[in-house]
Design a protein around this ligand. Structure first.
Ligand code: ATP
Ligand code: ATP
Ligand code: MG
Ligand code: MG
Lengths: 252, 252
């Protein structure tokens, strides 16, 4: 039974792409077959995988707009790890799709027809609650929300959960919150500690025990199309992403 | 002559809101009269100013959709500093405006009618290149682009400048690049140094000499609705925002 997980938060720069990329690597290293889906027109996930979005000819855009088979745009980027890449024309998808009656379910339909045996599908989304993010949420059964351990990021979670509830009610009753992932945590900074404590207090057991610390090599690894798991394998952040993978496979 | 500056970058979390807020404070402390405009449905700028978006009844939404006078939604948040607040219903503005023939120019029209004498208008935008950001770019004469000193942020600048050029060609010939602002710079991290060097190499004199360092008190100040200029006034980031204000007033 394939697990389909959307990673979303309309607040920008909270670690959505970084989480999809590194969690994908961690699951693949554990022998799971993983498909990464890049729904962000900025194609940060595609770039992190070493692919040049300007060179990609068949992308999610054609899957969503022209019913191209998802399997025909896939690229294998590492053992057990596949990518459905994004291109910048995805930015036009939201407008182009607005006249389709099934505009919110295009990705869901494509994933149901997917002729590839995978254990996990991880979807990266843009920093907005538009149609591309909605497509991820109707295709998913589980939602992972990265929250940066800073004040401005904390404030956006309420609006996001209200939207998730509406999607659950009207479009996808199987959508459930998988968990809230604290990211860019700085244990030596009091404000970061305070935000983490508030997250754990408000969301209780919905917060993963894995906490991703702020670590410069996480931001540097994608320069050479590497995950922090290979670039800085013994580091706290690499260890935290491995812990997260275990929590997701075995349950919290 | 009022200077109208849009602060934009579709990459999330690069310091757009933080820059509008702290630059606004720095200009106001220098005696300039400043209007801050919050075009992001997440209303991070509104929150940073100590306003609760859930309590705001008259916001930019009514200005853009129902021709409400901009001056009627303003709030003074500090000496010389005014705010046009956002609410979450701005998220619906992009769809609601799509049938208006002048949808790209609603803010520009509202600013032209503004019955308030200000020296600077600073506009915060959401992390996307949708209609709200387009409205900021057609209303502005100058564009400031914050770029976080990390790999993923660097890669998005090319797509943004392509869009700016299109806006300049087709909608707002007076739109010019004011400058690129390096943010969250970590002088002790080699990767951060490398990204800054690349920014300065590629964009030359378009990069401000002011460089905003990564400093935890910048993220903490908005918790008490303060700018880093009052919360941690002698700090490197506070000093950098003052330098930025001087550069903008007097030219680089
Ligand atoms: N644990 C971490 N430590 C240090 N840097 C990190 C960490 N996680 C992510 N980053 C860096 O922070 C920046 C923001 O992360 P990322 O791009 O993954 O966020 P995002 O939510 O996907 O952003 P967007 O909203 O633009 O899609 C990136 O430059 C990334 O490399
Ligand atoms: N110089 C800095 N040092 C430390 N933290 C910073 C700095 N500048 C901004 N931050 C923090 O980084 C996070 C992202 O900044 P901010 O929200 O201003 O970016 P943004 O581009 O407006 O994000 P979005 O794309 O979601 O609108 C915030 O939590 C902010 O407080
Ligand atoms: Mg991303
Ligand atoms: Mg912002």
């Amino acid at each position: 039974m394939k697990r389909i997980i959307a990673v979303a938060n309309q607040k920008g720069g909270v670690g959505k792409t970084t989480t999809v990329f590194n969690l994908g690597w961690a699951l693949a290293q554990l022998g799971k077959r993983v498909l990464l889906v890049d729904l962000d027109p900025q194609a940060a996930l595609t770039m992190s995988c070493g692919q040049d979005p300007y060179q990609v000819t068949r992308s999610l855009y054609t899957v969503l707009l022209r019913d191209t088979r998802l399997v025909s745009v896939l690229r294998q980027v590492a053992p057990n790890l596949y990518l459905a890449p994004a291109t910048s024309d995805l930015a036009r998808a939201e407008i182009a799709l607005s006249t389709f009656p099934d505009r919110a379910f295009r990705l869901s339909n494509a994933l149901q027809r997917l002729a590839l045996d995978v254990d996990f599908v991880l979807m990266d989304t843009p920093p907005s609650l538009g149609l591309l993010t909605v497509n991820a949420m109707t295709a998913a059964q589980e939602l992972l929300i990265p929250v940066q351990c800073q004040f401005l990021s904390m404030r956006g979670v309420r609006a996001l959960l209200e939207m998730v509830w509406r999607i659950h009610e009207r479009m996808n009753p199987s959508l459930a919150l998988l968990g809230i992932l604290p990211t860019m945590y700085r244990p030596e900074v009091e404000h970061s500690q305070a935000v983490l404590a508030e997250l754990q207090d408000v969301f209780q057991n919905k917060v993963f025990s894995a906490i991703i610390v702020d670590q410069p090599s996480v931001a540097e690894a994608p320069v050479s199309a590497q995950s922090v798991l290979t670039f800085d394998p013994d580091s706290p952040a690499a260890q935290a992403y491995r812990t997260l993978a275990q929590e997701i496979i075995h349950g919290k």
